[in-house]
Structure formats: C-alpha cells, structure tokens
Design a protein. Structure first.
Length: 416
C-alpha cells in the first residue's frame, strides 16, 4: 500500500489566520482507525489488531495568553470558548467535552508532575474522519487535542514530531500512557465506557502496519501488513449507532458478571483474558445463557486475534480472511452487537470472489464493515455493494478505499 501524508488543508490555515490574526503555530493530525480483528476484547484485557486509516482530524493551534481556550469547529461551523480554570461553567457544544476532559487530565496527570501549567489556546478543528461511523473520530479528537494542549506549552512526546522545533521540550510520556489518559477523558467526561484500543492506534499507527496490542500489559508490536494487490475497503452502513452506548455498557457488565461467577471455580482470574477455552468448556453450563454466549465469544475472539496475527506473519492471508469472517459470525450471533445493515453488507461482501474477509468493525449497532479485497475486484466490489445494499436496505452506503496511514503527528512548519 502507498505511503500517505496527512493533507494539510489550506482552508484550515486560512480559517485560522482570518479568525486569530496570524498563522497557526502548528497543526496536529490524528487518524481514525479500523480494527481488522479483536472486537470487544479491549475492555476484557484481551488482544486487538487495528490499523490507522488515512482519514485525519486536524487541529491548527497557537498559544494564547491567559487561561481561555477559543475553538472553532470548521466543519460544523460552531464556536466555543471555555476557561481552563472553570471548565464546567460555560455552556459549550457537546464536542467540547472531549477537549475539556483531556485538558483537565493532562494538567492533573502530566503537567503537574513536571511543574508546568496549561496555557490558553486558539484552535480551529477540521477533518475527514466520518463522525459517528465507528471509525473513532472521538479518539482522533482526544489524541489531537492532547497533542495540541501539550504543543501550546512547548511540549511534545517523542514519537509524534514530523520534525521537532528547536525550542520544544520532549517529555518522557509513553504513547500508551497518553492513550490511557484520552480513554479516561472519554470515560469520565463524556460518559462513554470505551476501552483503550482507539486512542492507542490513533497514536501508534504506522503506514502499512497493524498494531497487535495486548490491552492488559499495553505491550504492542507493529506488524507489517505486506498486502500486495490487496486493498482495505471500509463500507459505511450510514445507520446511526443508536444503541451503541447503552448496549456497549451492558456487554461490559455481562462479561464482568461471567468473570465473577467463574471466580468461584477459578479464583485467580480477573478478566476473560485469563480463561482458556478449555477451562471455559468445563464451567459454561453453569452460567446464565446470555452470559455464556458473551463470554464464549470473547474467549474465542482472543484466540482468533492471535491466530490471525500468526497467519499474517506466515503470509497466509486466506486464513486471516476466514478468521475475520468468523469474528463477524460471533459478533452477530453470540455477542449480538451487529445489526441487519451490517449483516447485509458482510453477506454481500463474503459472497464476492476476491474478497478475503469481511466483518463489522468497532462497537457495532451500525457504523462500518472492514473488508480485505483483491485490487482487481475492487471495482466489482464497489458496484455490487452500492447496488445490492441499496436494494436490500433502501439506504445508500458510503465506501472508502483506504490506505493504512501513520499515527498522530504534530507539524510545526505551517508557513509553507
Ligand atoms: C469502541 C470502543 C473500543 C472497543 C470497540 C469494540 O470502538 O471505543 O474501545 O471496545 O468499540 O471493539
């Protein structure tokens, strides 16, 4: 796959200059993601295998004196102002919560430790990660705002500079720790109980690599994809993810319940990650039926991720595809987080010759599917998805043929 750079949008720079009177000091770009396999495993301490896609959220920013943050969301044509001293007081749009949460936690968990204080910021936000489509536009916003708040304080973490400026201080903050901070911002300030996968891949994505992440230890490996003649195609159901947050939290509770029950036989387990399929089979009959289905799915999916990574390394792409298909079946029938539209998309895709694997991706209940497709059938794939999905659901899908891009970056050279 091709190497791609974030596209620095001239509109963004012009808008910034018009609003704030000078060009931005830097532009941060953080990508969305698609998960190849390992769904609903991150909050069970399990394994995931996502990639960063070449769709980005950009923040153009400069420091401003004082403690106010002035924001403009270009694509929504919405302004917001809040004070770092009183983040709860102002009546700001919903997307502002992400920035407020990140700012608060950066101060508490990072800056206080190095004797620094957050500074005011002027910023314009734009991007092309579809919002609410399960491609992690929220994680991209959190990660980009974390780097922007650090940037206005003259700070940067070591893996994000395109070319660092002379007067910038690199701080010792592992990307996985910054990802955990972003996750906490979403959990505590936005009220979504999401896991660690999305901000981690947004920070640690690498062109043409997928991230094999152990969500317990946060150890990771960037695995080369080597997808010669294969394209990554994302299909958007264009169905709003109505149930996503309530059902998502319910699944988490069901998994925790399973662990609690099984602790009577296996006292040392703390999450489903600790349960092998073999042990599970001994006790599953004792679990309530729903709990049983949910736990079995997670335990099997963890094994699938490990097998998929081995298959990829062994260049056995067909096994990789089969595992993707099986993952979808599990999400549909056992974990029950799919929906008719996602099932229609996967059904059409899996029946096209030259499609290696197809599954829903992300939290579910709408959003997108991820497909690995041989490049010579991509056109047929697009035509058939457009036609048959529209016929069967009455909804027009969106199709994105994506490249696997790099993780979040800060670019200090905004003048050119
Ligand atoms: C959402 C969450 C992630 C993960 C996926 C499901 O994207 O933000 O943490 O749990 O759902 O795999």
């Amino acid at each position: 796959m091709m190497q791609t750079e974030p596209i620095f949008n001239d509109n963004l720079k012009n808008e910034f200059t018009t609003r704030f009177g000078s060009s931005p000091e830097f532009i941060v770009s953080a990508p969305g993601r698609v998960n190849l396999i390992g769904e609903h495993t991150d909050y069970n301490d399990g394994f995931v295998f996502p990639v960063a896609i070449d769709k980005y959220l950009h923040i153009a920013a400069s420091p401003r004196s004082g403690r106010q943050v002035h924001l403009y969301a270009l694509d929504m044509n919405e302004e917001a102002i809040f004070s770092l001293d009183a983040p709860d007081e102002s009546d700001t749009p919903a997307w502002c919560k992400y920035l407020k949460g990140v700012a608060h936690l950066l101060q508490e968990m990072v800056l206080s430790n190095i004797g620094q204080t957050l500074q005011g910021m002027s910023a314009v936000i734009t991007g092309n990660v579809p919002i609410g489509a399960g491609l992690s536009s929220s994680a991209a916003l959190e990660v980009a705002s974390a780097l922007a708040f650090l940037g206005v304080c003259g700070l940067e973490i070591s893996n994000t500079g395109v070319e660092t400026k002379a007067d910038i201080t690199l701080i010792e903050l592992p990307p996985t720790e910054l990802a955990a901070l972003c996750q906490r911002a979403e959990n505590e300030f936005v009220g979504v109980n999401c896991g660690i996968m999305d901000p981690t891949i947004s920070l640690l994505g690498k062109t043409d690599h997928a991230l094999f992440l152990d969500c317990r230890t946060l150890g990771y490996e960037q695995v080369p994809l080597n997808l010669t003649d294969i394209l990554l195609v994302i299909c958007n159901t264009n169905v709003k993810r109505e149930l996503a947050s309530s059902e998502y939290n319910k699944r988490r509770t069901e998994c925790e319940r399973g662990v609690e029950i099984m602790q009577q036989w296996m006292p040392s387990i703390t999450s489903l990650r600790d349960v092998s399929l073999e042990d599970f089979k001994k006790y599953e009959a004792e679990l309530p039926q729903i709990t049983q289905k949910r736990c079995r799915y997670v335990i099997e999916e963890n094994t699938r991720v490990q097998s998929a990574v081995s298959a990829l390394i062994a260049k056995d792409i067909s096994t990789f595809g089969t595992l993707m298909n099986e993952s979808h079946t599990g999400l549909r029938d056992a974990y029950e987080v799919s929906c008719d539209e996602l099932n229609v998309l996967t059904d059409i895709a899996q029946n096209i010759d030259g499609v290696i694997g197809a599954r829903m991706t992300g939290a579910g209940f709408g959003g997108c599917t991820v497909n690995l497709v041989y490049s010579d059938v991509v056109e047929t794939f697009q035509n058939r998805i457009m036609k048959e999905y529209t016929q069967r659901t009455g909804i027009e899908p969106d199709i994105y043929v994506c490249n696997v891009g790099d993780g979040a970056r800060i670019n200090w050279h905004t003048e050119s």
